[in-house]
Design a protein around this ligand. Structure first.
Ligand code: NAG
Ligand code: NAG
Ligand code: NAG
Ligand code: NAG
Length: 251
């Protein structure tokens, strides 16, 4: 049933691989380690030269937090949680939830082209939830997946039972098809799809796929509002998947 989405993702990955070499020199324009709140300048958001290679895994936080944002990065996306989605988004959620102990958890998976990559990420999401629920029963979660990471999140949520998903307050996909790929959690899923993101439709050039942190876009600010509302128990729209196509419009 999720065939179309998976085909779209495969198409996007192929596109990005084919174009990675031409664009790779631009990555140095932005250093999200310094300030993840700083957006990319227009048209400079790119993936690294070695598209498809496994990348170093971000550090695993220990102990309990009030709120943990589990982030599955896109293919070969550098950064602690991912420079296009995870790092800038989690920085905004922290900004928008002053005084709340919020942190990101980088899904421990290679984000490579290997077919074992996404399933191993889905397994890691599940393992993380099991471990944290045991150690920190009050910890709440949001799941975020970008590109291949969206596939990771969809695979994980599709196989989750109610016990495992009960502390998940929000699910967010970026460039990963429609939000209904997330099974029983589709009612709390926001699906961000930029114009021209080939992973969201069969049309588009593919350039939109890496545009989520571009200057002038508000994807992360709006997604942060969505996550904060979910954390505060405000009703997040539960009328099925949200497909946001206009980066300057409302949610
Ligand atoms: C980004 O900035 C950090 C902190 O100043 C530095 O350690 C790191 O090497 C920089 N990364 C790049 C790719 O310039
Ligand atoms: C894919 O991953 C598996 C399991 O980690 C590994 O054994 C295999 O060598 C990898 N394949 C490639 C082409 O890297
Ligand atoms: C839910 O899934 C978890 C992880 O797979 C498992 O440990 C647990 O027993 C399951 N609970 C129920 C009620 O099926
Ligand atoms: C997902 O939702 C969209 C929009 O509501 C719908 O057109 C599509 O058929 C759904 N896909 C699946 C696999 O349920």
């Amino acid at each position: 049933m999720h065939r179309t989405i998976l085909i779209s993702l495969a198409t996007a990955t192929t596109f990005l691989q084919a174009n990675a070499q031409a664009k790779c020199s631009k990555v140095a324009d932005v250093n999200t380690t310094v300030n993840p709140l700083v957006p990319f300048r227009p048209n400079t958001a790119t993936f690294p030269c070695d598209m498809g290679i496994p990348i170093p895994l971000g550090k695993v936080p220990t102990g309990c937090a009030k709120f943990e944002i589990i982030v599955a990065r896109g293919t070969s996306e550098p950064g602690d949680l991912g420079m296009i989605v995870g790092d800038p988004l989690v920085a905004r959620v922290k900004r928008d939830m002053p005084g709340v102990d919020v942190r990101g958890y980088p899904v421990q998976y290679p984000a490579s082209r290997n077919t074992t990559s996404a399933p191993s990420g889905a397994q890691d999401v599940q393992n993380r939830l099991i471990a944290q629920m045991k150690e920190c029963p009050d910890e709440k979660f949001a799941l975020v997946g970008y590109s291949q990471g969206g596939r990771v999140v969809s695979m994980a949520t599709n196989r989750m039972n109610a016990t495992l998903s009960k502390n998940i307050l929000a699910v967010v996909l970026y460039g990963a098809g429609l939000g209904n790929a997330t099974g029983s959690l589709s009612g709390i899923t926001l699906a961000n799809c930029a114009p021209g993101d080939i992973a969201c439709s069969d049309s588009g050039t593919g350039a939109g796929h890496v545009s989520y942190n571009n200057e002038g876009t508000v994807w992360h600010d709006r997604t942060s509002q969505y996550i904060v509302a979910a954390f505060n128990g405000k009703p997040v729209e539960q009328k099925g998947p949200k497909l946001v196509r206009n980066p300057t419009g409302g949610l």
